[in-house]
Design a protein around this ligand. Structure first.
Ligand code: FAD
Length: 375
């Protein structure tokens, strides 16, 4: 492992790997990434893998627009595929979720995302399996789809290494060394790396790492389960991703199988425990929303964490009060789809001194300051 680097990236999830590649592509040769386990072993390997323009806020749509451009250019940029499948994204709302969906629609209209607003009968025409009896509204965006986050991570890792970056798996950062308010090194389980700059891309552990330099990142981790059924042909292959907004229950095809996700329980552990019994809650909602799914057998599942900020926007850029500490964290439920933009902006901030691809004001740590303590 290098003992000296121009930048150290902590965290080998999809965001850290994107940062690593984009920093290297900016011509910074001596970069080292440390990952406490294996690449993608955090949330990035446990997501539902959706790439979405029909986001709920103008700021996240703006992030998606930048990310989308790079994802679509993967073959030209890297000679690799993201395995993007354009399945579409259908959101359905009961009366309890109608207001929320109307707010999302307003944000999407303000960003010119061409959605179809649907009445329950139109929802049924798009996905006949959906029970629309208690629905009041739907929204469909045809262009959204699913990618393969593992392929994306491998692509970034390979491209970064080709440009001279170093990746260290099973090496944990344990502290930041500072001198006179400046970062001068990262302590790790494999020794010290002297460096003037560090990127905090540690996902669910970002709050802990931020605290090493005195930051109070208001990031809380929420557990979500995903279950995969056996082969299930009653849901046809061209079915879009369906999101039942009221309880954030969703399903989509996963090959011949069906993937279902749900859960927003706060977790104090960084190792989210998979609870097989949670499938009972998932099945309960399936019974209401898409009863045919009761005929599918659940084969396996996993749990992952979404690292959420109070405003559901990420934290990007240099932290105040300590020179050389850059955040790229708080990606919540959007970190896979926004991986390109996280890396692009972080690299611009470090290599060029400022972000130029978009305005990062809404994402700065400073927005949390002068607020009450975030315990
Ligand atoms: C069930 C579920 C479904 C989701 N679905 C979607 C979706 O459809 N689309 C989407 O865009 N997003 C989705 N997300 C969110 C997405 O998975 C995350 O936002 C994204 O993976 C965050 O990436 P990351 O690189 O910031 O974090 P992570 O992937 O968690 O990576 C952080 C890495 O840092 C490492 N690390 C932490 N501390 C240290 C340390 N001290 N030293 C060294 N390494 C350290 C960890 O081991 C980890 O590998 C979903 C999340 C879940 C849980």
């Amino acid at each position: 492992m290098r003992t000296n680097a121009d930048v150290v990236v902590i965290g080998g999830g999809i965001q850290g790997l994107s940062c690593l590649y984009h920093l290297a592509a900016k011509g910074i040769k001596n970069i080292s990434l440390v990952e406490l386990d294996l690449l993608g072993s955090g949330s990035s390997g446990r997501s539902a893998a959706m790439l979405v323009l029909s986001m709920s806020r103008a700021e996240t749509i703006a992030l998606s627009l930048v990310a989308w451009k790079e994802y679509m250019a993967f073959p030209e940029l890297f000679g690799e595929s993201t395995h993007f499948k354009q399945i579409g994204y259908l959101t359905v709302a009961t009366a309890a979720a109608e207001h929320e969906l109307r707010q999302e629609l307003a944000a999407q209209r303000s960003m010119n995302v061409p959605l179809q607003v649907l009445d329950p009968q139109q929802v049924k025409e798009i996905v006949p399996a959906v029970n629309v009896d208690d629905l009041v509204l739907g929204a469909f965006y045809r262009a959204d789809g699913v990618i393969d986050p593992h392929a994306v991570m491998q692509t970034y890792a390979r491209a970064a290494k080709q440009l001279g970056a170093e990746i260290n798996e099973r090496v944990q950062a344990t502290g930041i060394v500072q001198e006179n308010g400046r970062v001068v090194g990262v302590e790790t389980t494999a020794g010290l790396i002297s460096t003037p700059r560090v990127v905090n891309a540690t996902g669910a552990r970002a709050r802990e790492v931020g605290a090493w330099v005195g930051l109070d990142l208001p990031i809380r981790n929420f557990k979500r389960h995903i279950f995969i059924t056996d082969e299930f042909h009653a849901i046809p292959p061209n079915t879009p991703f369906v999101m039942d907004l009221e309880v954030e229950w969703y399903f989509r095809k996963e090959g011949d199988n069906v993937l279902m996700g749900m859960g927003r329980e706060e977790s104090t552990s960084f190792e989210p425990q998979f609870v097989p019994e949670f499938q009972e809650q998932v099945i309960e909602r399936a019974a209401l929303r898409a009863p045919i799914l009761l005929e599918a057998k659940i084969l396996r599942g996993w749990a992952g964490l979404r690292a959420l900020t109070p405003d559901d926007l990420p934290v990007l850029g240099y932290a105040p009060g300590v020179e050389g500490f850059v955040n790229c964290c708080g990606w919540g439920g959007h970190g896979v789809m926004h991986a390109p933009v996280g890396g692009i902006l972080t690299a611009e901030i470090i290599a060029d001194g400022k972000a130029s691809s978009m305005d990062i004001t809404p994402f700065k740590y400073e927005r949390f300051q002068n607020q009450e303590s975030h315990t």
